[in-house]
Design a protein around this ligand. Structure first.
Ligand code: PEP
Ligand code: MN
Length: 360
C-alpha cells in the first residue's frame, strides 16, 4: 500500500466521464438469461458485467450458483457484447477457473473478507495478476479486518485493487438489508484516498426502490462507482429478487443521478461541500434513528409505570442524567447551554409519550 497513486491507475486508464458501473444479475441462472441481460446492458454506461457463479448462501438449501459452467456464458457475453466480465471468487479453485476463462474483474465477497485464511489463499492464487480485484467489506463493521484483506492482496503484488462498500449486518432490523455505516467507508477513504471505492446499493438496501437514494449518497461522498444488480425479470430471479432492477430501470437511475465532476476549482469546491453535506445527512439520520429508539424505550418505561401506578416524572433520576450529559458534552466541545436545552426537549417528548400511555 506504499505507492498510493498507483492504486487509481486502472480506474483512471478507463477514462470514464461517469462513475464506474458494474451491473448484471445477482446469479447467472441460464445461458439465455445471462446473454439476454448482457445484450440489454450493451451500449449503456455499464463497464463491467457481473454475475455470481458460486453463491454464498446464508442458509443451505437455496440456489448455490451454476458453478464453472457459467464462466463459459460470461465468455460469450464478452464475445457478443464487448462488455468486460466480473464474478465473485471465494477460494483457490474459483480463482484458477476464473483466470482460465479470462474474467476481467474478480471480487471477494463479504463472507470471505472476514476470513484471513480464505483471503490469504485467494491472494496467493492471484499472485502478480493484472486483473482488477475488488474487496467487499466484511459482513461485520470492522475496518482493520477490511484493511487486512487489502494488505494481503497488495502484498501478493496485486496492483489493480479497489474496494466495494456493501453495508454491514446488524442484529436489529433496520430499513436497510445491510446497514451502510457510512462513517466507516469515509474513514477508509480518508486513509486511502486513491483506493477506488465502489458502492453496492443493491446489497445495502435489499430493495430496488431504495437504490437510487443510496447511490446518490455514495456519489455525494465521492465514491468512484456503483455495483447494481440487474435482471430482465427481477421478480423471478433465483436469488436476491427484491433488490434487482431491470436494465431500463438502471439506465434511468444513471440518467437521474447527479454526478459531480472535479475539473474546475469551482466544481472542486462544490464537491467538497456536497461531500460534507452528505456526511451531515448521514449523521442527522443516525440522530433521528437513535431518538426513535430512545422513545421506544421510554414507552416501555411508561408501560411499567402504568402497571405499578407510579408518577411519570422522577426528578432525582432526571437530574442525575442531566449532570452526566453536561460532563460528557463538555468533552465533545458541546456547551452546557446546548446540552441542557437539547435534553430538556428530549425529556419533554419522553414525558408526552409516557403520559399518553399512562392515561390510555
Ligand atoms: C453478491 O454480490 O452477489 C454477493 C453475494 O454479495 P455480498 O458478498 O456483498 O453478500
Ligand atoms: Mn446478490
Amino acid at each position: 500500500m506504499e505507492n498510493k497513486k498507483e492504486l487509481r491507475t486502472w480506474l483512471d486508464n478507463l477514462q470514464l466521464d461517469h462513475p464506474l458501473v458494474i451491473a448484471g444479475p445477482c446469479s447467472a441462472e441460464t445461458e439465455e438469461q445471462v446473454l439476454k441481460i448482457a445484450h440489454e446492458l450493451k451500449n449503456t454506461d455499464v463497464n463491467y458485467y457481473r454475475a455470481g457463479i458460486w453463491k454464498p448462501r446464508t442458509r443451505p438449501g437455496n440456489f448455490e450458483g451454476v458453478g464453472a459452467l457459467g464462466l463459459k456464458w460470461l465468455q460469450k457475453v464478452k464475445a457478443e457484447t464487448g462488455l468486460k466480465t466480473a464474478t465473485e471468487v471465494a477460494n483457490r479453485a474459483h480463482v484458477e477457473l476464473a483466470l482460465e476463462h479470462d474474467i476481467d474483474l474478480l471480487w471477494i465477497g463479504a463472507r470471505s473478507t472476514v476470513s484471513p485464511f480464505i483471503v490469504q489463499e485467494i491472494a496467493d492464487a492471484l499472485k502478480g495478476t493484472n486483473k482488477i480485484v475488488l474487496v467487499k467489506n466484511p459482513v461485520n463493521p470492522d475496518l482493520p479486518l477490511w484493511l487486512g484483506a487489502i494488505e494481503r492482496l497488495a502484498s501478493s503484488d496485486i496492483k489493480n485493487l479497489g474496494v466495494i462498500h456493501r453495508g454491514f449486518s446488524t442484529y436489529e432490523k433496520t430499513k436497510y438489508r445491510n446497514n451502510p455505516e457510512w462513517q466507516l467507508a469515509i474513514e477508509l477513504q480518508t486513509k486511502f484516498p486513491d483506493l477506488p471505492l465502489i458502492s453496492d446499493p443493491s446489497h445495502i438496501t435489499g430493495k430496488r426502490d431504495m437504490i437510487f437514494d443510496v447511490s446518490q449518497t455514495a456519489l455525494d461522498l465521492n465514491f468512484d462507482g456503483l455495483m447494481i444488480e440487474t435482471h430482465h425479470d427481477p421478480n423471478n430471479a433465483w436469488s436476491d429478487a427484491a433488490q434487482q432492477v431491470t436494465p431500463s430501470a438502471l439506465v434511468n437511475i444513471m440518467k437521474d443521478l447527479k454526478i459531480r465532476k472535479e475539473s474546475d476549482p469551482e466544481a472542486a469546491y462544490n464537491n467538497e461541500l456536497n461531500n460534507l453535506r452528505a456526511q451531515i445527512d448521514v449523521v442527522d439520520n443516525q440522530i433521528i434513528e437513535l431518538l426513535g429508539k430512545r422513545m421506544k424505550v421510554a414507552d416501555n418505561i411508561g408501560e411499567l409505570k402504568k402497571q405499578k401506578n407510579v408518577a411519570v416524572l422522577q426528578s432525582k433520576r432526571w437530574n442525575e442524567i442531566l449532570g452526566k450529559m453536561v460532563l460528557e458534552g463538555e468533552e465533545k466541545g458541546l456547551s452546557e447551554e446546548f446540552i441542557l436545552r437539547m435534553f430538556k426537549a428530549i425529556h419533554q417528548e419522553s414525558i408526552n409519550h409516557q403520559e399518553k400511555i399512562i392515561n390510555s
